[in-house]
Design a binder for this molecule. Structure first.
Ligand SMILES: O=C(O)c1cc(=O)[nH]c(=O)n1[C@@H]1O[C@H](COP(=O)(O)O)[C@@H](O)[C@H]1O
Length: 295
């Protein structure tokens, strides 16, 4: 087998797929967050039927206009097994429509338990199969070693919470690591270093398998994060906080510095308030603004 043919038969990594999605559709991620008030505004009932219809409508509006959708699992979980069935339909429809799906599940636990969460979202053929999931490493980055390996093996991605958009997280994420090889670094910075080290051990791709969640509402310097660091350009960054939480698309380069090439601009309510009839146009406009401001 030639080198070229062996490459073409290998599973594409999440980093390869993310780069392709950026090139085809830009960096906008549309959040699927069926809040109760949005369901009411959209004329949908507060039920599993309502969140299913909401999610499918967002998928329809995002397909071909944005690269990524991010269903917020919590809003589906409220309706128990029927909510999960609705989520399966929404995730499946999004993937069929060519969108990358980041399941916003924010799982975290001891290693054996978090490994099972990762199997649910990242195993090809599983009922909830997504392209990536959000995950918490506040029980130690070592606790997510198994999900990191699974993602690498299956061409899936992970986004590890590091500096989140909510202000009340600052005291924890700016705290200083007490021991081990990252002693003296902030928690947020230590997570970045560990994620980068994992990606470095894998085959090179445009972006690593494991990325970060860095809120667009926070000053990364306050978290001990150097936005000029050389590790940054290869890291996918899920950046929530645009729109409703106050961050602006035109500030991406200023906020993220060297991380900007990997930044996914994520927005939920700011787009979803356009309503079912206005959403497609709102997504198209925001995607264009993102493209105009940072490629
Ligand atoms: O992982 C996330 O997506 C996330 C991380 C973070 O630091 N802050 C944050 O707001 N989020 C999620 O991003 C979405 C933000 O929604 P809007 O504020 O409506 O755009 C919600 O689903 C949050 O759960």
């Amino acid at each position: 087998m030639t080198e070229a043919s062996s490459t073409s038969t290998a599973t594409a990594s999440f980093g390869d797929r993310l780069a392709a999605a950026f090139a085809a559709h830009g960096r906008l991620c549309v959040g699927i967050d069926p809040h109760a008030h949005l369901l009411a505004d959209w004329g949908l009932e507060a039920s599993a039927v309502g969140v299913r219809a909401f999610g499918l409508r967002v998928v329809e509006a995002a397909a071909g206009r944005a690269a990524i959708v991010k269903p917020q699992v919590a809003f589906f979980e409220r309706y128990g097994s029927a909510g999960y069935a609705a989520l399966e339909d929404v995730v499946g429809a999004a993937r069929d429509a060519g969108l990358l799906v980041i399941a916003d599940a924010k799982r975290g636990d001891i290693g054996t338990s978090v490994a099972a969460y990762a199997e649910a979202w990242l195993t090809p053929g599983s009922a909830l199969e997504a392209d990536a999931m959000t995950i918490a490493a506040f029980q130690g980055v070592g606790s997510i070693a198994e999900p990191m390996r699974l993602a690498e093996a299956t061409g899936k991605g992970l986004f590890v919470l590091a500096a989140t958009s909510n202000p009340e997280a600052a005291a924890v994420q700016q705290a200083v690591v007490a021991g081990g090889p990252r002693a003296g670094m902030t928690v947020a910075r230590a997570i970045i270093e560990d994620v980068h080290a994992f990606n470095q051990e894998q085959a090179p791709h445009p972006f690593g398998t494991v990325g970060l969640v860095l809120g667009a509402t926070v000053a990364l310097g306050d978290y001990g994060i150097d936005t000029a660091t050389a590790v940054a350009p290869a890291l996918p960054v899920l950046a929530p906080g645009f729109g409703h939480q106050g961050a602006r698309v035109e500030d991406v380069d200023r906020l993220f510095g060297a991380f900007a090439p990997g930044v996914i601009v994520s927005e939920s309510r700011g787009l979803l308030t356009a309503g079912p009839d206005g959403l497609a146009d709102a997504v198209a406009r925001r995607a264009e603004e993102v493209r105009a401001s940072h490629g």
